[in-house]
Design a protein around this ligand. Structure first.
Ligand SMILES: O=C(O)CCC(=O)C(=O)O
Length: 374
């Protein structure tokens, strides 16, 4: 649920937080400095419309690898027995033994090739299988752009801003996809929220995927209950994988699990014109269990940059801000799941040059937030 708090909790026509106190002059980040990928157009040209967004990299054996994977190992068979058999190809040591398989490291890579060339590995009546071990390489799901390093900024416990996480090729693909969904009958509409005495128009357009978030009843529904009653668009597997991939990549980057694992069931897509904004609010409409576990909200920005406001306690703490640029991710969860947040300002003419054509029919900023609602 979006809850609006005190005199800073508002959307639409109510006064925005004082710009003079909250805004620093925006360091305009023009298109030339933006994370570009020279292969972007080629990638897109080869990218069929509904191909998954994620490059699931298949792991390849490391070149010159000395490590051999041995499978089909009976539980009772000792590592020494296997070692004895394998040493006919060269001196080796056991580096890891698990139930059903083990890894051996040879002194020379040629031994791995010899072991693989052998037609059979019959040991104590068991037929073992061998494979060169896969390179222990980090698997990244999001396609980041070389030369534009991903930067993880920890802004507080459970609050993370990741810069440059989404490559330009993927941003372009996402922008086209969102625009085409947004143009469909169950696409963008102008939501209202219920004020004390009357409904207020929000300063943005929106549509949902997976589950509809009703801005009037503050409930997740299957139909657009606060507007035209149309069934909500589905949340496709590739978008779902993208959100999971972002969490995965963040953990890889930070070498630890940063947030409890979340499986998105709803994605709220917002479009802000350069006059758009969203008052400080909390996201409280997901299930008690989801909130209690601190399952994160993952937010992805596309198009113009925006000043994002956040605070754990608007009554007592200073409201902090950061600029979210196209391709950035903002995640809050764990102890910060009830973070108060909002969009104060969208900066005109800040869409990266390479994205401008894809977003030509829509100026301003797009934002996708993924949540697990149950
Ligand atoms: O546009 C954003 O970055 C924030 C969106 C948001 O807070 C919301 O949809 O609840």
């Amino acid at each position: 649920m979006l809850t609006f708090v005190g005199n800073v909790a508002f959307r639409s026509t109510l006064a925005e937080p004082n710009e003079a106190t909250l805004l620093r002059p925006h360091p305009h980040r023009g298109p030339p400095g933006y994370a570009g990928c020279s292969l972007g157009p080629l990638v897109l040209a080869l990218w069929p419309r509904y191909r998954p967004l994620l490059a699931r990299r298949t792991r390849r054996p490391a070149e010159g690898a000395k490590v051999l994977f041995v499978g089909g190992v009976p539980p009772a068979m000792s590592s020494e027995t296997i070692l004895q058999h394998m040493e006919q190809f060269g001196p080796a040591t056991v580096v890891k033994r698990c139930r059903g398989y083990l890894y051996l490291k040879f002194a020379e890579p040629a031994a791995v090739a010899k072991a693989r060339a052998s037609p059979e590995h019959l040991v104590e009546g068991a037929s073992l299988t061998v494979e060169p071990a896969l390179a222990k390489k980090k698997q990244w799901y999001c396609q980041t752009d070389p030369g534009y390093p991903v930067r993880v900024r920890k802004l507080g416990t459970g609050i993370v801003h990741i810069q440059n996480m989404i490559s330009m090729a993927m941003q372009r693909h996402l922008a086209r996809r969102v625009l085409s969904l947004g143009r469909s009958p169950a696409g963008f509409y102008k939501p209202s929220f219920a004020g004390r005495h009357m409904k207020h128009r929000m300063h943005l357009s929106t549509f949902c995927l997976g589950h509809h978030w009703d801005t009037l009843s503050h409930e997740y529904t299957n139909v657009r209950s606060d507007s035209d009653g149309l069934p909500v668009l589905s949340l496709s597997e590739d978008l779902l994988d993208l959100a999971c991939g972002i969490q995965h990549d963040l953990d890889q980057k930070c070498k630890k699990q940063m947030f409890p694992k979340m499986r998105p069931e709803a994605c709220i897509v917002n479009h802000y014109t350069t006059e758009g904004s969203l008052g400080l609010h909390q996201d409280l409409d997901e299930s008690e269990s989801s909130l209690h576990q601190g399952l994160p909200v993952i937010s992805l920005s596309l198009g113009c940059s925006a000043r994002f406001l956040f605070t754990m306690n608007p009554e007592e703490e200073e409201i902090r801000s950061c600029v979210l640029k196209s391709g950035d991710i903002f995640i809050f969860g764990g102890p910060a799941r009830l973070l108060h947040h909002g969009i104060q300002k969208v900066f005109p003419n800040t869409t990266p040059k390479k994205l401008q054509r894809d977003l030509a029919s829509l100026t301003g900023r797009l934002n996708l937030t993924f949540r697990q609602i149950r």
